[in-house]
Design a protein around this ligand. Structure first.
Ligand code: FAD
Length: 285
């Protein structure tokens, strides 16, 4: 299980994440570090995850690494107590701000979208600008979300979306998802947003890069998951693009992966997706 999963996760400990980020930095790549945790059921678990993020931020700062963090709001207690989640998120973002670091709020399934955007808006209206969100091109609502958020000029990671969504809210056809991605990208660029292009889809990378051609590194970056298309990532760095790698670490992942592998031993990519979408199968499970 460890052999199959190794490329997609830094390892179980913070030291593993530090080493991985240092290696990526040496290759000219930036990082965003995700502390793995599964759905939390008790406030103490959410508090422990928030504390792990603060430890991570301290380590990143101590090592002078070029990295920020990515957080999932359900891991900070979104589904137990929204106020607890709001306050834990505010603490992590304040801590990151004090260390000059950026916090990306990952986007989870569509049942979380409104709450995620509301908490994000709250932080921005409170004056925090070291925080960004994610929009998913599979969701039919995302273009409208760009318009609704325009007053904040949000820093947005744009991805296809990893969650299995009902057809009333999401596109299913891969071409429609790609077309939606490019429409949202155009709208974000038009609105003056900084955009993180999070996709390994070569067709989409090329179309997206055509759209950002001539823009400086202060306007966009490319994001890949750890262990996926590393050579392509290096090529993009050599071509002068700012590129960030999503680096998950944590011991809880091993428990999770073992279960996933038992369910479906053939598919290693499922594991990579699981690091992002580990909360995804809630609907069908
Ligand atoms: P795909 O069509 O899945 O893949 C395109 C191509 O990439 C494949 O054809 C193949 O050539 C290559 N590829 C794919 N897997 C592998 C592999 N294991 N090894 C080698 N090559 C491979 N989703 C969310 O819902 N919320 C988030 O917050 C979120 N954050 C993300 C952050 C980052 C940095 C990235 C890269 C993705 C994130 N995602 C998130 C996941 C995203 O939504 C997609 O589900 C995921 O990236 C797969 O879509 P794709 O665009 O890469 O295209």
């Amino acid at each position: 299980m460890q052999r199959v999963s190794a490329p997609y996760i830094a390892g179980p400990t913070l030291d593993d994440a530090r080493r991985t980020v240092a290696r990526l930095n040496a290759e000219g790549k930036l990082a965003t570090v995700d502390v793995l945790g599964e759905e939390v059921r008790r406030p103490e678990e959410a508090e422990a995850i928030a504390a792990a993020y603060q430890e991570t931020l301290a380590a990143i700062a101590a090592d002078g690494l070029r990295a920020g963090v990515s957080v999932k709001l359900t891991a900070l207690g979104l589904e137990i107590d929204r106020d607890l989640c709001r306050s834990l998120l505010a603490e992590v973002v304040a801590d990151a701000a004090a260390k000059g670091r950026f916090v990306r709020i990952d986007m989870e399934d569509s049942s979380c979208t409104d709450a995620t955007l509301e908490l994000y808006r709250g932080l921005r209206e409170a004056g925090r600008d070291n925080v960004g969100i994610v929009l998913q091109s599979c969701l039919k609502r995302s273009l409208a979300d760009v318009a609704a958020l325009a007053d904040l000029r949000p820093d947005v990671r744009l991805c296809k979306g990893i969650y299995i969504e009902p057809e009333e809210v999401a596109y299913r056809d891969p071409d429609e998802i790609r077309a939606s991605y490019l429409r949202i990208l155009d709208a974000l660029l038009e609105a003056g947003s900084y955009v993180a292009l999070a996709t390994h889809d070569e067709w989409l990378i090329r179309r997206s890069l055509e759209r950002v051609a001539g823009r400086g590194s202060g306007e966009y970056e490319i994001q890949f998951l750890l262990g996926v298309r590393e050579e392509r990532a290096s090529e993009l760095v050599s071509a002068g693009h700012r590129l960030r790698v999503y680096v998950p670490y944590g011991d809880r992942w091993y428990e999770y992966s073992t279960r996933r592998l038992q369910e479906n031993p053939a598919i290693a990519w499922t594991i990579a997706k699981a690091t992002l979408g580990r909360l995804a199968p809630r609907r069908g499970r």
